[in-house]
Design a protein around this ligand. Structure first.
Ligand SMILES: Nc1ncnc2c1ncn2[C@@H]1O[C@H](COP(=O)(O)OP(=O)(O)O)[C@@H](O)[C@H]1O
Ligand SMILES: O=P(O)(O)OC[C@H](O)CO
Length: 504
């Protein structure tokens, strides 16, 4: 058998291809950023054609840098930014509109319309999600209602919907020449349309949204052969055998396979996933219920999730919108130019507040400002905002699960930041632990694909690959921790109720 597995990680800011060996070590990487398109306040789009082009290029980069060919690759896994919606014409392969990204808030009026009957929790018992702009469902509705001719084409069965896993899979397996139109249970669980019990599309919810069933991809497990790369790909003939939404993939890559295990990823946003095993747990504290993973015909694993919209993107905002730093990694030194936050708290409610608050009417705020506050304090407040938001979510997990997490496994781009992770441990009061392979998202997709083709024997073998790289232990006294957190929670209250008819 070939010696490697290749994972495609189609993320919010970039697409990567990463080749792993049997020990789960990285052999080579290709990576390209794509344009973030902001046509109006609150709108965030990507060009699906650029994403597909970049995917092909990063595959070439990863193979080329390791001097490998498709013959060395046993299987391909796909992982992706979740919820981002692409709608395209099945006959031409052309998207009818840009991809509407998970952070986009334009569909709030559609959410309000649907919530008029039964509130935002209208479908939560069935699909695990409140009505919110975050999920794919209302994005599809927006395209059908706003792109000329889209509704008619969709009714005629000519349009396909997919999250970016589906878009990449369909193109990789041939596109208009017989591309496979499928997704996995984890991505399907982020649409608003998948029943958590049956793992099938809910016709009644599709009808309530006005989305034709013919647009929807087939729901498959996270680990099985969906098809093979077609003749135009450098990977031609290679089985595509794993799909997981990126946060579930990171959980899998962290070997958090069993109930009670959790991970927190620090990327564009932060996403804490807590594995609840075969049990569907409905949150009473603002968490989502979602699918964790499903390997072939084995039982499904569910999870609770705390999704935070703005964390690493706050650092990007300091860089791109304020020009305080010229690269994300500089933010740490800027924060360390001061002793503390100087009394400033930064609540980055740029897309409203996600978990555990779910307040679309919130907008970002910097509070506690005096003339004393300088840019170092702002950088520190931005670090702290990431950690405080994570504490809010950990508190919700502890309350829902009736336990106290005893440590937090972390990964993602921002975990390169030592100051952030020390403050995280301080404000949580539990150790924070980072594994050697911090690219857990791609690793999880590689694992799912490799398991399906027998490259790895089972979960036991994968768990042995997990190795601790570094651990941060709490060093703050309890009274200080609680004082800071009380201030944070007070700052959050200042951002609520901001959006009204005068502001919207
Ligand atoms: N040293 C750092 N300190 C804080 N944030 C960082 C640092 N390095 C990168 N980031 C942030 O991490 C994010 C990139 O992480 P990554 O895991 O690649 O994200 P994604 O998968 O969402 O594209 C960016 O939002 C960036 O601002
Ligand atoms: O691409 P990321 O890593 O920012 O992840 C995005 C999430 O999947 C959105 O739910």
């Amino acid at each position: 058998m070939a010696d490697y597995v290749l994972a495609i990680d189609q993320g919010t800011t970039s697409s990567r291809a990463i080749i792993f060996d049997k020990a789960g070590s990285i052999i080579s990487t290709g990576q390209l950023e794509h344009e973030q398109i902001f046509p109006k306040a609150g709108w965030v789009e990507h060009d699906p054609a650029e994403i597909w082009r970049n995917t092909g290029e990063v595959i070439g980069q990863a193979l080329g840098r390791a001097n490998l060919t498709r013959h060395d690759i046993a299987a391909v896994g796909i992982t992706n930014q979740r919820e981002t919606a692409v709608v395209w014409d099945r006959r031409t392969g052309e998207p009818v509109y840009n991809a509407i990204v998970w952070q986009d808030t334009r569909t709030q009026p559609i959410v309000d319309r649907l919530a008029a009957d039964g509130g935002v929790e209208r479908f939560k018992q069935d699909v695990g999600l409140p009505l919110a702009t975050y999920f794919s469902g209302t994005k599809i509705v927006w395209i059908l209602e706003n792109v000329p001719g889209a509704r008619e084409k969709a009714e005629a069965g000519d349009l396909l919907f997919g999250t970016t896993d589906t878009w990449v899979l369909w193109n990789l397996t041939g596109g208009v020449d017989g591309g496979v139109h499928a997704t996995d249970v984890t991505n399907a669980s982020r649409t608003m349309f998948m029943d958590l019990e049956t793992l099938g599309w809910r016709d009644d919810i599709l009808a309530a949204f006005g989305v034709p069933r013919s647009m929807m991809p087939e729901i498959r497990s996270s680990s099985e052969v969906y098809g093979a790369a077609n003749e135009h790909s450098l990977l031609r003939g290679t089985p595509i055998a794993g799909i997981l939404g990126d946060q579930q993939a990171a959980t899998f890559g962290q070997a958090a396979f069993d109930a009670g295990e959790a991970k927190n990823t620090y990327g564009t946003g932060n996403f804490l996933i807590f594995n609840t095993g075969e049990e569907i747990v409905h949150s009473r504290n603002g968490l989502l219920t979602t699918v964790g993973y499903k390997l072939g015909d084995q039982p499904v694993h569910y999870a609770l999730e705390g999704s935070i919209a703005v964390t690493g993107s706050l650092i990007q905002w300091l860089r791109d919108n304020l020009g305080l730093i010229s690269s994300a990694s500089e933010v740490e030194a800027l924060a360390n130019s001061v002793e503390d936050n100087g009394g400033a708290y930064f609540v980055p409610a740029f897309s409203g507040l996600f978990a555990p608050y779910w307040r679309p009417d919130a907008r970002g705020a910097l509070v506690g400002l005096t003339r004393y506050v300088n840019k170092g304090h702002l950088a520190r407040a931005a670090h702290e905002a990431i950690a405080f938001q994570t504490r809010d979510v950990v508190e919700a997990v502890n309350a829902d699960a009736g336990i106290d997490l005893t440590e937090l496994r972390v990964d993602g781009g921002a975990t390169a930041n030592d100051t952030l992770l020390q403050f995280q441990a301080d404000i949580l009061g539990v150790p924070v632990v980072r594994p050697v392979v911090a690219e857990t998202t791609a690793l999880g997709a590689a694992y799912a694909a490799g398991l399906a083709v027998g490259f790895w024997s089972g979960l036991g073998e994968l768990a042995q690959n997990w190795q601790e790289d570094r651990r941060w232990t709490p060093a703050m006294d309890e009274a200080e921790r609680e004082r800071l957190d009380r201030n944070w929670k007070k700052a959050v209250t200042k951002t609520l109720d901001w959006v009204d008819e005068d502001v919207a």
